[in-house]
Design a protein around this ligand. Structure first.
Ligand code: IPE
Ligand code: IPE
Ligand code: MG
Length: 240
């Protein structure tokens, strides 16, 4: 890749997968795979800040992950609490603004408070907009937007034909974020698992075999390099 001509994706979203397999291959409990996964989160946030990527979104817990054993759900929620308790100072030092998407009403009230505090305490930062998707489902995101629009129409505040792709997107949880240019999924699985279904319309999808706890700055740079080899057409011919 010609480094000078390289394009930096403005918004990178990552489906962090493979913590369980990372642990299993070492005969460790899955919880330790998740703990190592949290280290990969720290590395990735720092790397995006240093590379100058302005938006990073990480899929941490899907609306379907409640199907996992209660112990594992607890481990994941405790890990998120500990991340939020420990990391806010470092995020401020790196001028990272943290935000969350996903349905908060199902989360424990103390976790919601930690989330709100972290959002508030980092809201002045502008180097990297870092979004964590927790209890997030793409279908739910779309349905919730449709319900809000339907209520506005029913209340007479809006006409049905004012529902456009733009006004619809403004009602999604990702409002204010550009659509991801690049979606990376680790661990070799090649599916979206209900992540950003609307927003992924023109994202480049890159699947890496690396398990999430092994994800490094080098893995991120590799994905950006692969992204740069893709020709994005957005429906046009590709000839200018
Ligand atoms: C990703 O790793 C973490 C979450 C989905 C919360 P997994 O726990 O899905 O790991 P595998 O897929 O079992 O290896
Ligand atoms: C997707 O991973 C969700 C997150 C990364 C948070 P899963 O491991 O839950 O996905 P499936 O079940 O393999 O599709
Ligand atoms: Mg998985």
């Amino acid at each position: 890749m010609d480094a000078a001509a390289a394009v930096l994706p403005q918004h990178i979203a990552i489906i962090m997968d493979g913590n369980g397999r990372w642990a299993k291959s070492r005969y460790l409990p899955r919880a330790l795979g998740h703990r190592e996964g949290a280290e990969a989160v720290r590395r990735t946030v720092t790397a995006c800040g240093e590379l100058g990527v302005p938006y990073l979104t990480l899929f941490a817990f899907s609306s379907e992950n409640w199907k996992r054993p209660a112990d594992e759900v607890d481990d994941l929620m405790w890990l998120l609490r500990s991340y939020l308790q420990r990391e806010v100072n470092e995020l401020n030092r790196q001028r990272v603004r943290i935000g969350f998407i996903g349905e908060r009403s199902a989360l424990a009230p103390d976790l919601v408070s930690l989330i709100e505090n972290a959002e508030m305490q980092t809201r002045q930062n502008d180097r990297l907009i870092f979004t964590i998707a927790v209890n997030y489902g793409g279908q739910h995101d779309i349905v919730a937007a449709a319900q809000r629009l339907a209520r506005e129409v029913a209340a007479g505040h809006m006409q049905p034909d004012q529902i456009t792709p733009e006004s619809f997107a403004a009602h999604l949880m990702t409002t204010g974020l550009p659509d991801p240019d690049l979606i990376i999924r680790t661990s070799g699985e090649q599916r979206l698992s209900n992540f950003m279904l609307w927003q992924a319309a023109y994202s480049e999808l890159i699947f890496l075999d690396t398990l999430w706890p092994d994800f490094s700055r080098q893995s991120l740079e590799q994905a950006i390099e692969l992204f740069n080899r893709r020709e994005r057409r957005f429906g046009a011919t590709g000839e200018s």
